[in-house]
Design a protein around this ligand. Structure first.
Ligand code: HSE
Length: 436
């Protein structure tokens, strides 16, 4: 059986894991794929590292373009990351008629439409299971396992760094800054953790899931993104008192008016399974009209969990490469000429529940003023608590949960409430999803 030849671009954490798992499970993988899958060339700037990881058994080069132009290579695995050289290499590999496997969520979220169009034209596959939620086979589930369904919504914990930080803040009552340092020490967060903590990494993954769930183009640029860096420990505590946990969720939902595409800290009922996903773990909840709710849980990062997804793609591509391109699973789950042009809703049009925390004078009539404004905006209160003021305090805090309402109505109410002389400072506003 002629082996399939793989060229690996980048032999860092995931590249190393891919090499290790392919070697360790070679016999099992060959039995599944129908032919051996061999890494025959590796490109990395660090040649010494490449030689060390591959044990001198594979040709190494510091010129990644040599790999994508090597006529012996059947599949290029891109594990460089980012949208610079990685984009050039992926497009070049496609142009050279090679199939591509990538873990690069930023590249697909931002340039996926161009990349898939090029691949379509050339009749090659671009597989990307490792780009979303690491080892969890969520792309396979959305694209194939749930293919009978009209998918209604997806809500996911798709960034392990932020989930670790939120878990630690809740468990230990620590502030964001303290836990972030701990996450960096443990190697969860990047040295520059901005993409993680500001929700950008989660939004990349969400844009990819949204596209394959609803058959729409990648629309990362229209996603509403809020991270966790401004989240206060007090809100985690109040949420807990009200029976909720705060998670950084990526949410995409099909509505009659368009698609919601948003990443933000979200209150979810503590009794939901997904609310109990702790530490650096990932989980994705998918609601389909036929199947109902399905939940996928596992490691969203790390050498071997991500390698598991990369190799699953390698096996898929190996099996399908002799198939006529028309009979392969489409890149974005739907046939390319059947894509929908559903628009992404601006955040003001999103409908959800809200958590509002405001600092107010502790005197008669204050609550009446606030509830009058909410009523005028058709906002219905679901639950409320008031912090008991200390003896010498003249101010207190009111925390309210609302029923589902359009965000722009909440914005309007907040402006009016903040203008009341009995209200001090800005209202803390978080979104709330019942996920039922
Ligand atoms: N930085 C990502 C996370 C890992 O924290 O989940 C890979 O996507």
């Amino acid at each position: 059986m002629k082996p399939i030849n793989v060229g690996l671009l980048g032999i860092g954490t995931v590249g190393g894991g891919t090499f290790t798992v392919l070697s360790r499970n070679e016999a099992e993988i060959t039995r599944r794929a129908g032919r051996p899958i061999r890494v025959t060339q590796v490109a990395d700037k660090n040649l010494e590292l490449a030689r060390q990881v591959t044990g001198g058994k594979v040709a190494v080069t510091d010129d990644a373009f040599a790999v994508v132009s090597n006529p012996e290579i059947d599949i290029v695995v891109e594990l460089i990351g980012g949208c610079g050289i990685a984009k050039e290499l992926v497009l070049k590999a496609i142009e050279n008629g090679k199939h591509v496997v990538t873990a690069n969520k930023a590249l697909l979220a931002m340039h996926g439409n161009e990349i898939f169009a090029a691949a379509q034209k050339k009749g090659v596959m671009v597989a990307f299971e490792a780009a979303v939620a690491g080892g969890i086979p969520i792309i396979k589930a959305l694209r194939e396992g749930l293919t009978a369904n009209r998918i209604q919504w997806i809500a996911g914990i798709i960034n392990g760094t932020t989930n670790f930080i939120l878990s630690e803040m809740r468990d230990k009552g620590l502030t964001f800054d303290v836990v972030l340092k701990e996450a960096q020490r443990l190697g969860y967060a990047e040295a520059d953790p901005t993409f993680d903590v500001e929700g950008v990494d989660a939004a990349h993954k969400l844009a990819i899931m949204s596209a394959i769930a609803f058959g729409i183009p990648m629309q990362f640029d229209k996603a509403h993104i809020e991270g966790i860096s401004k989240l206060e420990a007090a809100d985690i505590k109040y949420a807990e008192q009200l029976g909720y946990r705060i998670k950084l969720l990526g949410i995409t939902r099909r509505t009659p008016d368009g698609v919601e595409l948003r990443v933000h800290p979200t209150l979810i009922p503590a009794r939901r399974l997904i609310a109990n996903v702790e530490g650096a773990m990932n989980a994705v909840l998918v609601q389909g009209d036929a199947v109902g709710a399905t939940l996928y849980y596992g490691k969203g990062a790390g050498a071997e969990p991500t390698a598991s997804a990369v190799i699953a793609d390698l096996v898929d591509v190996t099996r399908m490469q002799t198939a006529d391109p028309e009979h392969r699973v489409p890149h974005l789950a739907f046939q390319p000429d059947q894509m929908d042009d559903l628009k992404v809703l601006p955040i003001g049009e999103v409908r959800t529940g809200y958590y509002l925390r405001m600092r107010v004078e502790d005197k008669p009539g204050v609550l009446a003023d606030i509830t009058r404004i909410l009523a005028d905006q058709q906002i219905s209160i679901d639950a409320m608590i008031q912090r008991e003021p200390a003896e010498d305090e003249t101010q207190t805090e009111i925390i309210m949960l609302t029923h589902i309402v359009r965000e722009k109505q909440v914005d309007a109410a907040m402006r009016l409430i903040e203008a009341l002389p009995v209200v001090t400072g800005k209202i803390v506003r978080l979104r709330l999803e019942e996920l039922s």
